[in-house]
Design a protein around this ligand. Sequence first.
Ligand code: SAH
Length: 348
Amino acid sequence: MILLQDMSQTELSDFLTAEFNVKPFVAKQIFDWLLKGADFDSMTNISKSLREQLKHDCVAVSAKIVRTLTSQIDGTQKFLFELFDGNVVEGVLMSYKYGNTLCVSTQVGCRMGCKFCASTLNGLVRNLSAGEILSQVLSVNALGNSRERFVNNIVLMGSGEPLDNFDNVIKFLRLVSDSRGINISLRNISLSTCGLAPKIRELADMGLPINLTLSLHNPDNEERKQIMPVSNAYSVEESVAACRYFFEKTGRRIYVEYTLIDSQNDSYAHALKLASLLKGMSVHVNVIALNPVKETRLKSTSERVVKQFLLYLDKLGVSATRRRTIGQDIEGACGQLRRRYLENKNGF
Ligand code: SAH
């Protein structure tokens, strides 16, 4: 199957001309439809016979919204997207004062094995193509008023490890920020990684002005190995050094994600070690309480200890804020919804 959303406007035009003898202005019309997240049937200004031919070999919408859940607490929306081969991935739309942020997936499943994360429980199924990542953005953007862009910011924080699907993620970044495409600034995009140090350096060398987030969760290597097997490959010092390098190359401040897990990473000693690890770095720490996953026995840190941990960081001179836990009633955490869907396809 050929995924048309994998292509830039020029690539699409070349492809349609070569394969279907389509004129450039028709190719442009098709591209505009694809940007709107439209399926072939809605492409009313395109001849029926061409649409039928395209349907045969090509996919117009690479990630179709098949379920939407809306949080009764805060209005956060969770989407389940279906891909052409029947696989499903999740996305979450969060509304803030400064605009809408969409969290998208980069892989079906994940092979990083973090103990607190639902996405990785059954391992990696496959990588998403650039167009499949982009399609999540286009499909959700289409829900808004078409005169204004509905999705303002993107975070690559859904299921998957973006740097484990490097080439497709880079191509996605190029497509999504293309001035002839949806044209979302790279500065409004955050990529979150569990710390694949060589890939962070490779990304840094490309000089793309995105925001980089390191999912750290524990500053101690031995303890981190217990919850994040990636630490067996790269020490926290290696990952943090790669982040410092990213800052040198791009001038973009680094973000650290720190999920508090009861009695695992929430003591003063952890705060102290974290402060020393991040010393002298242009960094902001996002502290978040664990969103417990039913399949694991890990518990969230209590409210009192979360506040205390933030106070410790403040005293130690580490810039940190609490990230709101949102969408808890809709299985907001990474991979939870897809799991529930796979467990119980009909009773969803
Ligand atoms: N693989 C990438 C991006 C996907 S995970 C990464 O590791 O950053 C996105 C973020 O959600 C990571 O910071 C991850 O550690 C966090 N996360 C996953 N499951 C969680 C849960 N149950 N509660 C809180 N945060 C979770």
